[in-house]
Design a binder for this molecule. Structure first.
Ligand code: ADQ
Length: 749
């Protein structure tokens, strides 16, 4: 009823006003029409009377003229008649003519047109016509019509008009109310169906109800928000896989551009001895984690082109589609000069920031020349991001400590971009970070990010403490945000993970086959016990500590001599840095020294293989081993631990894990050790080698459950969900600040 009144009241008021204005107009109009008709009538009568009247005038018989006039005035409309001779003011007139109308009164009446005169008898229309004799004018004929009937008719017209407008108003109101009620019911049902989720979304509703078009985009957003909220509540219950990730990309970030920036390429093209070009995947946790995401979203990955055949496979824009077999996304390569690579990568990033952020007791080296190259290369990558960006607000996933300045540089040119920076290594405490000569610049660069991610809450805390200590910024521990130069950065924990389920090609060989083949290949007996270490040859990985623990095991538990070997596979890395070259020499020497210590062992205690292995080979090692030992001195996460657990679908094998890895927080069912405590590590090795199969199964099952649930798709999905939520919030704020723009948009729609 209230809805109907909303239509009816203004409608009735409008019709009333219209009727009020229309009545005098209609009165005026009818009067004019009557006057014109009577004028024509008067002319006709005058013309008809002309001749007989002339005769009577000529005869000079006033009585007959009067009698003639009386006969004519029997017509009810003709009120009176008069003749005014040219030389007299006294008219020959019917008695009905008001006495005040003397001949002089007719002078002002224009010839051929009537004049309305208000007399004591009421309104009269006076028409004057000249009577022309043979040579000159004989006088004027005056015809007077009674106009009181006009007033009577006007009253009647008003009455009819009133009834007409009343009927019209009622009909219009009825039609309006019926249509409004029907439309309203249609909209309400459409919106209800839409919000309940039946139907195929706002686009379908708009198709059925085009009136909703102006609010279609608002509806779309509202529904997306509701769905997003719903989904984030259900995040824990989701089965995270590439399809979930694709669905998130589709629903949360529909059509939005995603870019990854990392130093290392996901694919390296290299020349083979015969001249053919081979594609290699680098040994990197980062690549392992991000590759499936880029495949799912078909974005652009910007990275340093480091392969010796990289330039030969790119197009004119330095892009190449990857993977080679079925390209799913673009890799844009950035070429660095030897000087740039040396200063930015080896120098500032790996001799400066890497040891600064890891507690491995290697002193960081900071050189101004390295810093200059670091700034320059970050700038070059920022330019590439802007070049590759097809929109003003792409989502850019910046990877790692090679690009601390990049977020700020991107933001300068693309202020609306959503920049998610992930710092794959630990963040030190404020005192430790404070020794960096460019600490403010590094922090300022990172705070160009919308979201800054770390593996653990501990590293998030360290970062916020550092900002608190070194910058003029506002930090909020409740929401974990930093407000700096009017812009908010969310500092969040996203523990990185691996693909689950792991790619099937990694499981081509069964566990027994892997065990047998590895032992045959290394000429070990079939029941020989094998421990495994898999790392980049990096001093943070604690390889020396691991080998020393093996040595201590053999000292403490000589029963294992000749029955147990530790295989360390290590990918060479950053070989142009002295500390790494020295580290490799130390590891080689230590392995040799331990093997020499046990000369009578039937099989060497330590088997060292320093080279790159394909992921498939790495997985065959994992599946062939009895235990995997991760003894990092400090590690952001450590994916080797997670890969080992995921590789063991036979639910056998023991993981020994350093307490200084991020992974230790997620995998408490592993044997957690302090790599600096040699005895403890040796005891852990012994425990692992003696662990009953049932216990191995119980432990690894729990760990597999966690890795399955918190896989890499969830890692990426959570970052993308957070980015999408942030974008929604920013859009809302933007709208709240510019209401006029919003009105404009709606009216355009
Ligand atoms: P990284 O220090 O590179 O990564 P990590 O997480 O240990 O390390 O992953 C190493 C990767 O390289 C694994 O996928 C492993 O399979 C592979 N790999 C190791 N040795 C190899 C070899 N010889 N041949 C071939 N492949 C080999 C950084 C941080 C980590 C963090 C990751 C991801 O230092 O703490 O977990 O990023 O964020």
């Amino acid at each position: 009823m209230r809805l109907s009144l909303r239509f009816l009241v203004p409608l009735i008021v409008a019709i009333g006003v219209f009727a009020y204005a229309a009545v005098p107009l209609v009165d005026k109009l009818t009067l004019r029409w009557f006057m014109r008709d009577l004028d024509l009538r008067s002319n006709l009568i005058a013309n008809t009377l002309q001749e007989p009247l002339q005769d009577l005038i000529r005869a000079g018989n006033k009585a007959r003229i009067l009698q003639f006039f009386r006969r004519i005035t029997q017509d009810e409309r003709i009120y009176g008649m008069a003749f005014c001779a040219s030389n007299s003011d006294q008219p020959v007139a019917t008695p009905s003519l008001p006495s005040e109308l003397r001949c002089a009164a007719f002078d002002s009446v224009p010839a051929g047109a009537g004049r309305l005169m208000n007399t004591v008898q009421g309104p009269l229309l006076v028409t004057v016509r000249a009577l022309d004799g043979d040579s000159a004018s004989t006088g004027r004929l005056v015809l007077v019509h009674d106009m009181s009937f006009v007033e009577r008719r006007s009253g009647e017209t008003r009455k009819y008009l009133f009834y007409f407008f009343l009927g019209l108003g009622a009909t219009i109101s009825l039609i309006t109310v019926v249509i409004a009620q029907l439309s309203w019911r249609g909209w309400v049902h459409g919106l209800q169906a839409l919000l309940r989720g039946d139907g195929s979304g706002p686009d379908a509703a708009v198709k059925d109800l085009p009136e909703l078009r102006p609010i279609a985009s608002d509806l779309r957003e509202l529904i997306r928000d509701l769905e997003a909220e719903h989904r984030s509540r259900d995040e824990d219950r989701l089965a995270w896989n590439p399809e979930t990730l694709r669905a998130i990309l589709r629903r949360e970030l529909r059509g939005q551009e995603i870019m990854v920036v990392s130093n290392r390429e996901p694919y390296i093209h290299v020349h083979q001895p015969g001249g053919a070009i081979a594609v290699r995947r680098p040994a990197s946790g980062l690549v392992t984690a991000l590759e499936p995401i880029m495949r799912a979203c078909s974005g652009t990955w910007i990275a340093h082109g480091s392969g010796d055949a990289d330039r030969e496979v790119v197009d004119a824009h330095n892009r190449v589609g990857v993977p080679r077999e079925s390209p799913a996304y673009h890799l844009r390569r950035i070429w660095l000069t030897a000087e740039e690579e040396s200063g930015y990568y080896y120098g500032f990033a790996n001799e400066g920031l890497w040891p600064l952020c890891h507690i491995a007791h290697v002193r960081p080296t900071f050189r101004s020349s390295d810093w200059e190259q670091y700034v320059k290369v970050n700038r070059r990558f920022a330019t590439a991001v802007v070049e590759e960006s097809k929109s003003r607000d792409p989502i850019v996933l910046v990877q790692d400590y090679h690009f601390a300045l990049l977020p700020r540089m991107i933001r300068e040119t693309l202020p609306a971009a959503t920049i998610i920076t992930f710092w794959h290594i630990p963040w030190p405490n404020p005192e430790a970070f404070g020794i960096c000569p460019w600490r403010e610049e590094v922090l300022d660069g990172l705070l160009g990010s919308s979201i800054l991610g770390f593996h653990t809450q501990f590293h998030c805390n360290n970062f916020v403490d550092t900002v608190d200590r070194l910058l003029e910024a506002r930090t909020d521990r409740e929401t974990f945000t930093v407000s700096y130069q009017g812009k908010l950065t969310a500092v969040k924990r996203y523990p990185i993970a691996i693909e689950w389920p792991p790619p099937p090609e990694l499981f081509e060989k069964s566990v027994p086959q892997c065990r047998t083949e590895l032992r045959q290949q290394l000429q070990l007996p079939p029941d020989h016990r094998v421990g495994l270490g898999v790392d980049r040859l990096d001093y943070t990985k604690g390889i020396e500590e691991r080998l020393l623990a093996v040595e201590r095991l053999l000292e403490e538990q000589p029963g294992w001599i000749g029955k147990f070997s530790f295989i360390q596979i290590a990918a060479p890395t950053r070989a142009s840095i002295t500390q790494y070259r020295e580290y490799e020499s130390r590891v080689r020497a230590l392995a040799a020294q331990i093997n020499e210590r046990f000369p009578r062992a039937a099989h060497p205690p330590v088997i060292l293989a320093i080279r790159h292995f394909e992921p498939k080979e790495v997985y065959e090692y994992y599946r062939a081993a009895d235990l995997c030992f991760v003894s990092s001195l400090h590690d952001g996460m450590n994916l080797v631990a997670k890969e080992f657990v995921s590789s063991r679908d036979d639910e056998r094998g023991v993981l020994i894990l350093s307490q200084f890895t991020g992974a230790a927080r997620e995998l408490p069912e592993s044997i957690i050790v302090n790599p600096y405590d040699r005895n403890q590590c040796a005891a852990a090795l012994h425990l692992a080698l003696s662990m009953p199969e049932a216990e191995q199964r119980d432990r690894i099952r729990l760990m597999r459950g966690l890795i399955q649930e918190f896989n890499v798709y969830r890692w990426a999905g959570r970052m993308l969900i957070d980015a999408a939520a942030m974008r929604r919030r920013e859009r809302l704020q933007e709208r709240a600040m510019t209401p006029s723009r919003r009105t404009q948009t709606v009216s355009q729609a």
